[in-house]
Design a binder for this molecule. Structure first.
Ligand SMILES: Cc1cc2nc3c(=O)[nH]c(=O)nc-3n(C[C@H](O)[C@H](O)[C@H](O)COP(=O)(O)OP(=O)(O)OC[C@H]3O[C@@H](n4cnc5c(N)ncnc54)[C@H](O)[C@@H]3O)c2cc1C
Length: 391
């Protein structure tokens, strides 16, 4: 039995822990939180991520809470013109995105990890490593055969220095308003150039029997949050509703500034996500804006690749094998995210014109119609290469 220590009980850490424990390894997960409670609002688990949840036996529990998303659509506020329209599965094979509240996904993964026999140490903030031990404040954990860094975007173990992106967004969760005409199974967005973006994402329920909810988000430059907090809520609601009247019933349910959480984004990829006895997965390996909705999927796929890599041969080469299996997919999605994000979130006047006048029309004709749905589903390239190649 191999002993594996994982820093971070987030999406990647819990999935890796579950898969590795199911394979018979002794897994201990350390997280800084006393009660594992993720902050933030909604996210979309794409079909490739859903298949990982299915492998872990957690797919049905996720589907029971989440909301199937069949289409992503966006329009320009000034003209009303459609500038984004992607149907998940034009061929009708039942492939959908699953939108979930982060807490709901976290709960599903936590229960799967507990059922697999994973040991947890909560309230344990990892500050570094010493050999095969994690450092937690002044103490050391026991030694593990393999360390996994799944501590997310702020990982103290990852050497990645990501580039801060100029725009972030505020995110909030509201109950789904009865008076809305917006469809309950589509991600809808409205843009004014690339400087403003409002979105509504139906995310299902946080708990069984709870109310149906939506994530709402409003894009803003990363240093504008203080100015937004100083602005009366009514003025913000008026500004957003002037751009997109349909968002009014959602914003009416945002009661105070504290109900919207600021998320700042960064972009970067570690060239080598493994070192002596340690593997970095998820945001500790690669960070991007959530524009393509792939971060949670990437963490799930990294976890699945790591489980296979550990099973495939000597533990000392597991990091290499995971990297070989995932590097192509990670590189491709990081490149597409870097190219697309400024079209939706930047001060540029040219890029949104390119988005609306060139990219959107091209996306509606062949080969755009063939490329965009698998791009969104996370499967434009094989997400985990078979074979796992030796180093
Ligand atoms: C606002 C927002 C919206 C998003 N929307 C989407 C989307 O629609 N689709 C999508 O696929 N992705 C989305 N993402 C990205 C996605 O949430 C992340 O990419 C994903 O959560 C990364 O998983 P992870 O396991 O690497 O890190 P996380 O899920 O962030 O987990 C990291 C864990 O490590 C713990 N931790 C951190 N530091 C320490 C420490 N020092 N010691 C111990 N524990 C520590 C944290 O408490 C946390 O539990 C979004 C991100 C944001 C911010």
């Amino acid at each position: 039995m191999t002993s594996i220590g994982i820093a971070g009980a987030g999406i990647g850490g819990l999935s890796a822990a579950t898969g590795l424990a199911q394979a018979g390894h002794a897994v201990t997960v350390f997280d800084q939180f006393e009660t594992a409670l993720p902050v933030g609002s909604g996210l979309v688990v794409q079909p490739v991520g859903l298949s990982v949840l299915d492998e872990l036996g957690a797919g049905d529990a996720a589907r029971a809470l989440g909301q199937a998303i069949v289409r992503m659509a966006g329009h320009e506020a000034a003209t009303g013109r459609q500038v984004l329209d992607v149907t998940y599965d034009p061929a009708g094979q039942g492939r959908v995105g699953l939108a979930m509240h982060r807490a709901a996904l976290h709960g599903v993964l936590l229960r799967a990890a507990e059922a697999a026999g994973v040991t947890f140490e909560l309230g344990a903030r990892v500050t570094g490593r010493d050999g095969q031990c994690f450092r937690i404040g002044n103490r050391m954990t026991g030694a593990f055969d393999l360390l996994v860094d799944a501590a997310g975007a702020g990982s103290p173990l990852s050497p990645l220095r990501a580039r801060p992106l100029p725009y972030g967004a505020i995110w909030g969760t509201v109950d789904w308003p009865e008076e809305t005409d917006l469809p309950g199974d589509e991600l809808r967005q409205c843009y004014r150039r690339a400087a403003h973006m409002i979105g509504v994402l139906p995310i299902g329920r946080q708990v069984a029997g709870g109310p149906r909810q939506a994530a709402v988000f409003w894009s803003m430059p990363r240093d504008h949050h203080a100015a937004w907090c100083a602005m009366p809520m009514e003025r913000w609601r008026d500004q957003a509703t002037a751009l997109w009247p349909a968002v009014a019933p959602f914003l009416a349910r945002v009661e105070h500034h504290g109900a919207m959480t600021m998320a700042r984004y960064s972009h970067g990829t570690l060239g080598r996500p493994h070192g002596d006895g340690i593997v970095h997965i998820g945001d500790a390996w690669h960070r991007a804006s959530p524009q393509l909705g792939q971060g949670a999927n990437m963490a799930l796929l990294d976890a699945a690749a790591l489980v296979r890599a550990v099973a495939a041969g000597p533990l000392s080469e597991a990091g290499h094998r995971m990297h070989n299996a995932r590097r192509l997919h990670v590189r491709a999605y990081q490149a597409v995210s870097a190219a697309f994000t400024p079209m939706y979130q930047s001060d540029s006047r040219l890029l949104p014109v390119l988005r609306d006048r060139v990219l959107f029309p091209v996306s509606q004709i062949w080969p755009g119609t063939r490329i965009l749905p698998p791009l969104v589903r996370g499967s434009v390239l094989p997400p985990i290469l078979a074979g796992l190649g030796s180093p």
